[in-house]
Design a protein around this ligand. Sequence first.
Ligand SMILES: Cc1cc2nc3c(=O)[nH]c(=O)nc-3n(C[C@H](O)[C@H](O)[C@H](O)COP(=O)(O)OP(=O)(O)OC[C@H]3O[C@@H](n4cnc5c(N)ncnc54)[C@H](O)[C@@H]3O)c2cc1C
Length: 380
Amino acid sequence: MDLDLSPDLKQIQRSVRTLVETLLAYEPEFQATGKVPGAVHAGLQNLGLFGVAIPKAYGGLDLGVLATAVIQSELGRLPPQFWGALRVLMGPGAKAIVAHGTEAQRQKWLPRIARGECTVAFALTESEAGSDVSRMMTRAERAADGYVINGAKSLISNAQRADVLIVFAYTDRPAGLAGISAFLVESDTPGFRVMGVIPTMGASLGGLAEIAFENCRVPRESVIGEEGMGFRYAMESLNEGRLNVGATGVGMGDLALEQSVRYAKQRIAFGGRIAELQAIQHMLADMAVDMHAARQLLYEAAWHVDQGRASAAKCSIVKLFCAETAFRTADRAVQIHGGAGYCRGVVVERIFRDSRALRIYEGTSEIQRNLIAKALLRGY
Ligand SMILES: Cc1cc2nc3c(=O)[nH]c(=O)nc-3n(C[C@H](O)[C@H](O)[C@H](O)COP(=O)(O)OP(=O)(O)OC[C@H]3O[C@@H](n4cnc5c(N)ncnc54)[C@H](O)[C@@H]3O)c2cc1C
């Protein structure tokens, strides 16, 4: 049994790690100004990272799920705003177009996405419909030339800078979840509006926004795949997306641990370095165990997806464990840093706030537990 990454994958990992180290140098400027320096997007573009999950025929790298997980574990060390547009693409954003888009939709969007020239948002959640998607109110009614969408979505990452949004709406309300369809809506379509950006605790991945559709007319060709299959496509996208959230957690937790080891070796208390205190050593050991287990779970599940042996429950196990361990590790990192860990500008403080969101988006930890238990009771 070979648990090592292949030489090619190790090379990719090294290249992304080098880029991430370069980009982390911009973090103090970003923390001071709140603006992402232009060099960040260019750096990601130069490595072709926007095309990681896009087939080669459309200009992407098509690297597979394990490679994507390895890359995202490296990118997870960056402030999430640095790669918010990219994260959505590696998760639910591109998957629906690649897997179910028409040839015309693929030709139109995938090459631009792969070049990093087009931002995509994934618009499923509504103010009254989060975990329970069936409570969604947004509807798309058939018209002579296509559909008319009415409704509102909430907590949508990247919405205010999106060129195109994947929007979920009821086309047949009485059919329940089988009556939800997915649409590609261009952000300059009349009737689509960004209502406002929602201030949040942490980075919130490129900004969360409320959006609205008021008699927003879209052509028939904007339906992704088949009408009525939207919920299924959303869940499919979210399964892989969950591995990507897990990978982000691995990156955040790893950096928090490294920062803690460095700090513990420098900080003096009671005449010695705090790294010599057993209380601190035990916290570091627990952090290392958590992050090692998280990485192994992630790699194993990603490898299984690449082998065509995907299981939704396994993706949920990864999402749950990696999100919880990333936050637990960030919490311990703040504790090891003492008062400094509570101060803005210190890396572990940023990771603590940002890792909190991992336990909520793309299915809360409670929803992951429900899914895992359901699969377990069915006999997997
Ligand atoms: C940073 C961030 C980025 C996001 N980006 C996007 C995005 O790009 N696109 C998008 O569509 N959405 C996005 N979301 C929304 C996110 O997916 C939802 O917040 C999430 O699914 C939870 O829904 P909710 O907020 O309505 O909580 P609710 O569903 O109201 O849940 C509230 C609480 O009840 C619990 N709960 C609910 N149902 C059950 C159950 N059956 N069993 C046990 N516990 C339950 C939940 O776990 C939670 O603790 C984002 C959210 C955040 C924080």
